[in-house]
Write a protein that binds this ligand. Structure first.
Ligand SMILES: Nc1ncnc2c1ncn2[C@@H]1O[C@H](COP(=O)(O)OP(=O)(O)OP(=O)(O)O)[C@@H](O)[C@H]1O
Length: 300
């Protein structure tokens, strides 16, 4: 289990992270979203043991990560611009990792090389950006990490490769309870991949929620009433995150249990009523607006 408590990280005059507390159970995938400079990479690097916390603690299974080689051998960090030794190939990188990571698996490495269309003996510097990311992930997963830290890893990958990668990583999570933290600017990228999403803003966690809880707790309802209903009347009956009107068609974003909302709607005997899916981005926009933040300023 990953436990981060009251983490503060400063770089000279910049406070990159402040009072960050997170708890991530084994086998979970946590997405961290936030705008440029929000602190995502600093959080991952501190968790990888590259940076020392200025205050607070960062532990895996109760042990502090910084300067702890045993714990660090169970963690693998894939940065946004993966670094390889000069002249490295995938095979030479695997050999290097095999020497450093006690749980490195050649069997896993071979299986991943069969899954991804890469030549293990080709110089990585001669590969495309997307292929380099694939190489970095093969190198990472072959070490059989308990904790995988991914910084913007889907950037530069085509949609087929993104899907394949997500499937491979999700397989590792399901098979052996690997825990994943993935930082991204793009909520849509995380929607079909994460269990939980945390929103980082100016070094602090603004919101951290289970995706199911977020999505199941909010609904978009398109409705046409027989008699006109004022916004006030709707607010009295429903916990509304948003109301939009186009002619007689009302589009509502409503918080609560779907069955309960259906019952309340039916009592109003509308001419037309339909429940529509909300994207994760829409759910976040509503959640952030409800606590007084402009989502566009935070994530885009
Ligand atoms: N090594 C460093 N030295 C000095 N300041 C740093 C360092 N690393 C990060 N910072 C500062 O810490 C803050 C958080 O940066 P960080 O890279 O963690 O953000 P991020 O959310 O990953 O951003 P991006 O999405 O642009 O990658 C920024 O103000 C950044 O300038």
């Amino acid at each position: 289990m990953i436990e981060i408590n009251g983490l503060l990280k400063r770089f000279e005059t910049t406070t990159a992270l402040q009072n960050v507390s997170l708890r991530i159970e084994d086998g979970r995938i946590l997405g961290i979203v936030g705008s440029n400079g929000a602190g995502k990479s600093t959080l991952l690097r501190t968790l990888a043991g590259i940076y020392q916390p200025d205050e607070g603690s960062v532990c895996v299974d109760g042990e502090a990560v910084y300067e702890n080689t045993t714990v660090k051998s169970r963690i693998y960090f894939v940065p946004d611009s993966p670094h390889f030794e000069p002249g490295a190939t995938l095979l030479s990188t695997a050999k290097l990792n095999a020497a450093f990571f006690p749980h490195f698996s050649w069997e896993k490495y071979k299986r991943l090389c069969e899954t991804f269309p890469l030549d293990p003996k080709k110089r990585i510097s001669a590969m495309s950006k997307g292929m380099q990311r694939q190489a970095a992930l093969i190198a990472a997963l072959s070490t059989m990490p308990d904790v995988l830290l991914l910084d913007e890893v889907f950037d530069g990958l085509d949609p087929v490769m993104r899907r394949l990668l997500k499937r491979v990583i999700a397989g590792e999570v399901a098979d052996r309870q690997m825990t994943v933290l993935i930082a991204s600017h793009n909520l849509r990228e995380l929607e079909d991949f994460c269990d939980t999403v945390g929103l980082l803003h100016q070094g602090g966690v603004l919101l951290e929620k289970e995706l199911d809880e977020l999505k199941l707790g909010m609904h978009r309802v398109q409705v046409v009433f027989h008699e006109s209903m004022t916004d006030e009347a709707l607010h009295e009956r429903f916990d509304l995150a948003a109301i939009n009107r186009t002619g007689s068609l009302c589009t509502l974003v409503v918080r609560g249990e779907k069955k309960e909302i259906e019952r309340e709607m039916a009592a109003l005997e509308p001419q037309f009523c339909e429940f529509l899916a909300l994207s994760l981005e829409e759910v976040f926009i509503s959640e952030m607006e409800a606590v007084g933040y402009d989502f566009e300023q935070i994530v885009c």
